[in-house]
Design a protein around this ligand. Structure first.
Ligand code: ATP
Ligand code: MG
Length: 374
């Protein structure tokens, strides 16, 4: 019996003058996956019809909840009838009516509507009203032009619509953390361009492309730079002691990613670093690594617990891909006990032995760029 879908969004509603921009972005993003008319109303979007792929809305960033609904005219008798039909469709022992009235000209207020509709449903179904812990809730929204009635609020991911915050470049390894970091930036409205450094095996290429395909569901169109790192590593291995190689690998990665950010008009780099999780992630090492590029570096996982990161990875369906074994180029030819307290001056003087600019240029020149769309 549903004839529309009521979509609620959260934080967008607090964006003052930018509100229209945020709402339009959310509408554009929804239209990329559901082809239907969307009515933008104060505090809600109303999608026409009962789309088959409704469940896909649960992946649209910015949406707090969505509800398949029935609409009626602004007439209490019609509201009573439709609410009763909806109650009969899925009866339960107890229920409550929860009305929100944004139309202040409607003759009844929300408490009166709750009472009138509640009595009507109780009388005609035998269901009992329970305001404290009802088994079923029937929601009524009274808007300026019509009224929406529904009994399900399906949660969305929340956050902000992808695209409202500009572009960032994310260093995507094949591990658990960096896909989650990328997702969290999307959830704050960023478009993410991905960079992966590989010391070439086709297996890793497949794995990274699959990860990007999963993440692409949140931003609909993605770009992936695959940078061959093996020749760069060979040069680093020649000159840098094995205790410090990982740091230099990562500093060169940051510089290459920084150049890609310039090309892409991106405002920042993103990594999956998590403080003190592995040897490269001590505070000293992160300071030395992140300062290699001129770009601002964001590491949204920096203060999180690993378990919470894993929960998100499972939720966004990157976890199973991430745990597949793969040869990570960061751990190639490094010491068993790498330096955990790198000093910037020391690393900088070691790097003087290398032609860093040539290594960065090589990475940029040889990068393979792939476009992924839904
Ligand atoms: P992850 O789970 O994301 O692999 P990690 O905890 O294993 O992270 P590292 O392997 O030290 O830690 O990597 C730290 C961060 O450096 C990664 O989150 C990622 O942003 C970046 N990084 C490391 N290796 C690569 C790579 N081969 N390509 C792109 N980025 C990388
Ligand atoms: Mg890793």
């Amino acid at each position: 019996m549903h004839d529309c879908v009521v979509v609620h969004y959260g934080e967008i509603g607090t964006k003052g003058k930018n509100r229209g921009f945020f709402e339009n972005k959310l509408m554009d993003n929804i239209k990329k996956i559901i082809d239907t008319k969307i009515d933008k109303q104060y505090g809600r979007l109303v999608l026409e019809g009962n789309p088959k792929n409704l469940a896909d809305l649960s992946g649209v960033l910015g949406i707090v909840s969505f509800s398949p609904a029935v609409r009626t005219e602004l007439d209490i008798e019609k509201i009573k009838d439709k609410a009763l039909l909806l109650a009969k469709e899925n009866p339960a022992g107890t229920f409550a009516i929860e009305t929100k009235r944004s139309n202040k000209n409607f003759t009844l207020d929300s408490k009166q509507i709750n009472r009138i509709v509640g009595e009507h449903v109780a009388k005609n179904t035998g269901m009992k009203v329970d305001l404290n812990s009802p088994v079923k809730k029937i929601f009524i929204e009274v808007s300026d032009k019509e009224c929406y009635i529904y009994d399900k609020k399906i949660p969305g991911p929340g956050g902000l619509p992808v695209g409202v915050s500009g572009t960032v470049v994310s260093l995507l390894s094949g591990g658990i953390d960096s896909p989650v970091a990328s997702y969290l930036m999307m959830k704050r409205g960023c478009n993410v361009v991905f960079v992966h450094f590989h010391n070439y095996t086709s297996k890793i290429e497949e794995k990274i492309e699959k990860l990007v395909a999963v993440l692409n569901k949140y931003q609909y169109k993605s770009k992936l730079y695959m940078v061959p790192f093996f020749p760069i590593q060979e040069k680093i291995i020649e000159k840098i002691p094995e205790t410090h190689r990982m740091i230099v690998y990562r500093r060169v990665m940051m510089r290459i990613a920084g150049k890609i950010a310039e090309k892409e008009g991106a405002k920042a780099l993103v990594t999956g670093d998590n403080l003190a999780q592995v040897a490269s992630q001590t505070l000293d090492n992160l300071d030395v690594i992140h300062s290699a590029s001129n770009e601002t570096v964001f590491s949204p996982l920096i203060g999180m617990d690993k378990n919470d990161i894993i929960d998100i990875a499972k939720n966004i369906a990157t976890y199973d891909l991430s745990i597949l074994p793969y040869p990570d180029c960061c751990t190639y030819m490094i010491a068993k006990h790498p330096e955990t307290r790198a000093k910037k001056e020391e690393i900088e003087s070691m790097e003087k032995e290398l032609d860093i600019k040539a290594l960065v240029d090589y990475g940029i020149e040889k990068a393979e760029v792939k476009e992924i769309s839904a």
